[in-house]
Design a protein around this ligand. Sequence first.
Ligand code: ADP
Ligand code: MG
Length: 486
Amino acid sequence: MNPEIRSKYQAVIGLEVHAQMLTKTKAYSNDVNEFGATPNSNVSAITLGHPGTLPRMNKQTIQYAIRLGLACESTIAPEQHFARKNYFYPDLPKGYQITQDTTPICTEGRVIVKDENGEEKRIGITRIHMEEDAGKSMHDVDLYDTLVDLNRAGVPLLEIVSEPDLRSSQEAYNYVSEVRKLVRYLDICDGNMEEGSLRCDANISVMLKDAKEFGTKVEVKNMNSIRNVQKAIEFEIERQIEAVEAGEHIAQETRSFDALKGITISMRSKEAANDYRYFPEPDLLPITVSQEQIEAVRGNMPPLPRELFLKYTNEFGLSEYDALNLTDNKDIALFYEDIIEHTKNYKGAANWVMGDIKSFLNNRGLEISEFPIPAKNIAALIQIIDDSKISSTVASQKVFPAMLETPEKDPLKIAEELNVLQDSNEDAILTFIDDVIKQHPDEAARYKGGEKQLVGFFMGQLMRASKGQADPKVANGLMRKRLEEQ
Ligand code: ADP
Ligand code: MG
């Protein structure tokens, strides 16, 4: 698209994210909540909506909703009411979904994300409410028929509705990434967009940059990765700008993203939208949430990625890059936290986690939970490097691989057995230095003559002669001294 035309417009985006909760059982029944089970195996009479059955509230869902609400600094409603959202669909056996309409459990929250320029930006969270998922219609498994799997029917969801505060597809990408990180840290959703446990609908409009009012929004569905959310929004912004430029009127509608073609396609117009006939759910009593309950949840909150990020950058002096890298995955961050229980060398610990440890995990396709070496031994390894007992090269090439074989063994002991303990004994180093200088009289003379950079050459020779075991810091000083004395 012509950048000049594009730059006349401002995009406005609000996202609705659905997160499947990681509860053992479903929202209103004892059916097991698990992905990938034999189709229609977790479907009791309640899930199937048989007449006479009654829903029963899974209290765990309230805990999870409060956890997310607190993480977003939302207000938690003291009384929870439930509502029926009525519509007919083959994967909705009851003919309605139990949701929250007028009393969402959380209101007025915020998520902090990075904007286009990498600056922090507050995205308002209008509401977070609890509801149940529908079953799953599969149109591409059987040649002739659509198949329905009702295992998903009744799985508890949190719907997270943002304010229309996002201004670009990049911000939307950052927002969904942040929400996914948050639900993963909170252990309330696995955040897997490919399996559909985290889904995102995007509301998009465009307006002229100096306009006072937002344009008409279009809703886009069916993006199964964060990258596709970004692509769908990007396509939709340009489609709308082109339409407005052509003098067309943007119709309020729902569109579907076609990932193969990278385009959005109209599904239904607002006029054809369902009238859900919300009314209070008569089979569930309102649930009260006390201040004590909220405080109990607050007391058990895991660390949040942003808290850790701020601690690492402000207190530990790590770069933003390092802090983001360490906090991207909760288990990695917790392992780092374990290491720094035993060492004050924060940067050293960060380098080991982001470097050798992550490469080892990546090469083997392992998770950090499967990493064999205890955090305290990584800290001990850092200590012997800091004490100049081994060089970091030897640590990485010799000691760390050996530690993987005998993870419980003290790295100092391992270094001793491998015979790689660095010699900081000055006499021993001096012997090496004198040998090296004797073997290279021409270079020694040139050094004396002013070619001071030759110290690098001599250090190389020395490290070779000492098989890398001379402490370079000590050796460098001695080497210069000896060369001058020639
Ligand atoms: P509806 O009544 O159609 O459900 P809501 O006002 O509840 O609309 O908003 C639904 C989502 O759409 C929210 O995430 C909100 O931020 C977003 N939204 C609302 N108006 C706009 C707009 N003009 N442009 C882009 N997004 C919008
Ligand atoms: Mg709405």
